[in-house]
Design a protein around this ligand. Structure first.
Ligand code: ASP
Length: 311
């Protein structure tokens, strides 16, 4: 019996701890399938997944496409530049027309917070939020948590630092909701202009000096500066940002010896993380991508209403 209730995946905030655990557990089974020489199972044969991406994406879109294909579903990709939204069609009209072709899942990325939720109330297909503005990016949060659990064996009781542009990061919000539900402590850290004060109400600690909090962190998740969602002048310069908040070898040497470094990608080498740290032994950046594929297979299966991975 599956403990996954929701018909859509709109965020981590609405999920229960048990629902998060269900996704994580099922992801483990797909990780194994992704190691096989033939990485395809018939679980979602006859199902259709539409990826409707109206903002740039590399990892998330590719990962949902491969996830659908490995489950034997048909996957169709639509991006902003090739869709009729460039001709003036609204998101809702585009999505309703796609829904009229009876897909089972629509995965949507959009610059507007609430876009996925708006569609979820109006489409017959299950809707997955693949990032809505600065609001949530639930599959990124889930894959980050899966990666922490696989590398460190647990999430409960750990201290996780989210570093950088908290104000504009949907990854930050999904991490916060998921990590707190699973019993981690969360510290958000960045320049005051990039950390909104009310975020404390979510139950996180707020800090502005990375060097002060780093020795307490078991995990550091470095977030990209979301220039596409920012007005100018929120911090003096990229160089100063890198000096104060960038993860480099010197800073890492002052962290716990087994600290885990995460980054959702894309990374800007030399800004939020230096190349030697991004490619070093503490980094789980590529493991996050592999875990993300398995986790998205789990999400597609759960939303399509099946309970077990067919062999
Ligand atoms: N890929 C993530 C997102 O779409 C993180 C980022 O872009 O910095 O939110």
């Amino acid at each position: 019996m599956s403990t996954f209730g929701p018909r859509h995946l709109l965020g981590i905030e609405p999920l229960t701890r048990a629902e998060i655990e269900t996704v994580l557990e099922l992801s483990g089974r797909f990780l194994e399938i992704n190691e096989r020489p033939i990485k395809k199972v018939p679980t979602l044969r006859g199902k259709t997944v539409i990826n409707l991406f109206l903002e740039p994406s590399t990892r998330t879109r590719t990962s949902f496409e491969i996830a659908a294909k490995r489950l034997s579903a048909d996957a169709i990709n639509i991006s902003g530049s090739t869709s009729s939204t460039t001709k003036g069609e609204t998101l809702l009209d585009t999505a309703r027309n796609l829904d009229a072709m009876s897909p089972d899942v629509v995965v949507v990325r959009h610059a507007q917070a609430g876009a996925a939720e708006m569609l979820a109330g109006r489409l017959r297909a299950a809707v997955v939020n693949a990032g809505d503005g600065a609001h949530e990016h639930p599959t990124q949060g889930l894959l980050d948590i899966l990666t922490i659990r696989r590398r460190l064996g647990r999430v409960e009781g750990l201290t996780v630092g989210l570093v950088g542009d908290i104000a504009h990061s949907r990854v930050a919000r999904s991490n916060i909701h998921g990590l707190l539900k699973l019993g981690a402590r969360v510290i958000v850290c960045g320049p005051p202009t990039l950390v909104p004060a009310p975020i404390e109400r979510l139950g996180v600690e707020v800090a502005h000096r990375l060097d002060d909090i780093l020795p307490r962190c078991d995990v550091v998740n470095v977030l990209r500066i979301q220039f596409e969602r920012q007005r100018n002048g929120l911090f003096p310069s990229i160089h100063e940002y890198a000096l104060l908040f960038g993860m480099d070898s010197a800073r890492l040497s002052r962290a716990k010896p087994d600290v885990l470094l995460l980054a959702p990608g894309p990374i800007n080498r030399g800004v939020e993380v230096t190349p030697e740290v991004a490619d070093g032994p503490h980094s789980a950046i590529l493991q996050q991508v592999s875990n993300g594929l398995a986790m998205r297979m789990a999400v597609l299966q759960l939303l399509c209403g099946r309970t077990g991975a067919e062999e």
